[in-house]
Design a protein. Structure first.
Length: 343
């Protein structure tokens, strides 16, 4: 079989481990693995597939980024992009494994509904794909947030300051909540459970009056500024999967400025940004990326198209692309309450 593989949307640590997991299984059984460059662009524009070799997939389990390149490519602009992908897939490949987040899997599902032999692999550092407990890249991002909070803690304590830390998280607060829980945040603000600026200030005042002279406030980039008394102008729009660059909204700076304006606190802001996506994947990401990559191969050879391997209850299962394409999985109330118990 000629099995194609692409990585689409934002990169995440663990993509190379997933490509390796898929590829080494395919080579073992005598199949070809065709690496498509730069996500959907490599199928919608001129076909940019090339044969990958076992040697090329050797030694990459711990490498960040994606050896295939990726892109946020808008298949609906210029029009006809999806049809070109369908045609290119039929012409060049026997099956396609698409590694990506919700935008990518919506396209995978659309292709699959039209009879294309597509299998997905769940990747998004935001960890919010429906139907899976885990997405490639999340564990590494959480570790980076936690380590950053450890570092900010000592300087915050020394200076008796409020540190506002902005994390990634487009529509949900998984990275902020779990990074904050692991790093001992004193307040976590995420889209799922909005709080007002008055509540934030009241919490900081209470902490200070209980002899906690410093505080670390973690804010997810996707929070709604209007609930904090701000004006929601939206982020700068970007072409392709992902839509809007939320980081340009500056929610961390906004929250810090409001705390500063209240008076009585010395405030600093840290935007973790793409540090959360770069560099080497954690062992956890390497292991699970390998497992879902290998499971995608199993699904392809079993011709279970329209499916995606997901992590559920400590194991890998298959679910439908239609399931993961339905929206975002939110941080549940009980998990946020656990975080809040330590505020
Ligand atoms: O979707 C994953 C993600 O890392 C989001 O958390 C973030 O908003 C976005 O990608 C950033 O994308 P880009 O790298 O295109 O700026």
């Amino acid at each position: 079989m000629r099995i194609g593989v692409l990585t689409a949307g934002g990169d995440a640590p663990g993509l190379n481990a997933a490509i390796r997991g898929l590829g080494q299984m395919a080579f073992r059984d005598g199949h070809e693995l065709i690496g498509i460059a730069n996500g959907w662009a490599g199928l919608a524009d001129e076909f940019s597939g090339r044969n990958l070799s076992p040697e090329e997939l050797s030694g990459i389990v711990g490498q960040g980024g994606t050896l295939l390149g990726t892109a946020r490519y808008d298949l609906d602009h210029p029009t006809g992009g999806r049809d070109r992908v369908l045609a290119s897939l039929a012409k060049h490949l026997d099956a396609l494994v698409a590694i990506g987040g919700d935008g990518t899997q919506q396209i995978s599902n659309w292709l699959s509904e039209r009879g294309a032999p597509v299998v997905g692999v769940p990747k998004t550092l935001d960890n919010d794909l429906v139907g899976t407990d885990y997405c490639i890249g999340f564990d590494t991002a959480v570790s980076i947030v936690a380590e950053s909070l450890d570092r900010l803690y000592t300087t915050a304590a020394s200076h008796h300051r409020v540190m506002v830390v902005e994390t990634m998280g487009r529509a949900t607060g998984w990275v902020a909540a779990m990074g904050g829980l692991a790093g001992g945040a004193d307040l976590i603000v995420i889209p799922e459970f909005p709080i007002t600026m008055d509540q934030i200030i009241a919490h900081l005042v209470k902490r200070r009056s209980s002899n906690n002279a410093f505080s670390i406030v973690v804010v997810a980039e996707g929070i709604n500024l209007e609930t904090l008394g701000g004006h929601e102008e939206g982020g700068v729009s970007t072409e392709g999967i992902g839509g809007v660059r939320l980081a340009t909204r500056g929610v961390g700076q906004f929250v810090a400025a409001q705390i500063d304006a209240h008076g009585g606190f010395e405030v600093r802001t840290t935007v973790l940004g793409h540090l959360q996506r770069g560099g080497s994947p954690s062992s956890y990401d390497r292991i699970w990326a390998t497992r879902v990559g290998a499971a995608a191969y199993d699904a392809v050879v079993a011709e279970k198209f329209g499916m995606i391997p997901v992590v559920r209850c400590g194991g890998v299962e298959l679910t439908t692309l239609a399931t993961v394409a339905t929206g975002q999985r939110q941080v549940p109330r009980e998990l946020y309450d656990l975080c809040a118990a330590f505020f």
